[in-house]
Design a protein around this ligand. Structure first.
Ligand code: ZN
Length: 287
């Protein structure tokens, strides 16, 4: 099952058609895509096997982020060994590096993103969406708490992130538009192996990152186990699970996103984000 935000309303999706959930359910479920995770068990029972014959075509301009106001957004740093190495981090990673991306950074899968500086970097990531409250959850039970998976870009302004006495991951990764997600949430049972998905990103067709989620140091179940040992994950919360190697900061010379280009980000079995990049007004002339 695929769900998304079409024209601002919760919809069941095929590749190019959408069924409005509130209308199809006779008002049993709200049109608000953010509210559905509180009723996830009941909703999936209703939705599974439902005919999509009445679904209607939609275009990319109607598609918003599948989740827009999660209570909590978790980001994970340094979660692929090849990315740890390119980042020059020496000590062995013994616990996930957790930060937040503030909710106002969420954007839609096809939204234009404004670059606040000439040091904005790309990080394609698998994003997990929680379907049940998870507190002190064992790894073997963790997937049962996930509603589905989506694609994310953890855009990062490296100067804000890294300057100062201690790094400011959460601020450097939370400019408006810095968390595009979508185009759909795909439920876990749709994947042959949700722990091994190809993910990649490209800039105007040039491949920048190309990895597989089997190379995560801490898998989705391990992350839920580790985070939920400390605090409860809530329905609708999202986890950016970390990025594979190939980021711009680690290149020689360093490389960052240019205004005028289009960044595409893909996860196998889910879909592709396509975000056009523009300069902030004070950046004019930098391109
Ligand atoms: Zn990241």
């Amino acid at each position: 099952m695929r769900i998304g935000r079409i024209g601002g309303r919760l919809s069941l999706l095929t590749e190019d058609r959408a069924l409005d959930v509130e209308k199809a359910s006779g008002g049993r479920f709200s049109a608000d895509p953010d509210g559905i995770y509180e009723h996830w068990g009941e909703f999936t029972q209703w939705a599974r096997g439902r005919s999509l014959d009445d679904a209607t075509p939609f275009g990319p301009q109607q598609v918003g982020p599948p989740v827009q106001r999660p209570a909590q957004i978790f980001g994970i740093g340094l979660n692929y060994q090849a990315h740890v190495s390119e980042a020059g981090v020496r000590p062995q990673i013994t616990a996930p590096a957790v930060f937040t991306k503030f909710v106002t950074s969420i954007a839609g899968p096809y939204d234009t993103v404004t670059l606040p500086s000439n040091r904005v970097d790309w990080e394609v990531e698998l994003v997990a969406v929680m379907g049940r409250r998870a507190y002190r959850v064992a790894e073997r039970d963790a997937w049962n708490h996930v509603a589905g998976l989506t694609v994310g870009q953890d855009l990062s302004e490296r100067t804000v992130q890294l300057e100062g006495p201690v790094p400011q991951f959460s601020l450097g990764k939370s400019y408006p538009g810095f968390s595009p997600i979508g185009p759909a949430v795909v439920t876990v049972e749709e994947f042959d192996n949700p722990d091994d998905l190809a993910l990649s990103c490209s800039l105007d067709g040039e491949v920048l990152q190309d990895g597989r989620t089997r190379d995560l140091i801490f898998s989705v179940p391990e992350l839920i186990n580790r985070i939920s040992a400390i605090l409860p994950l809530l329905p609708g919360d999202i986890i950016f699970t970390g990025t594979p190697s190939g980021v711009g900061m680690a290149r020689d010379p360093e490389r960052y996103l240019p205004p005028g280009a289009t960044l595409t980000s893909t996860v196998e079995g889910i879909g592709t984000l396509s975000n056009h990049l523009v300069a902030a007004p004070h950046m004019s002339g930098i391109a």
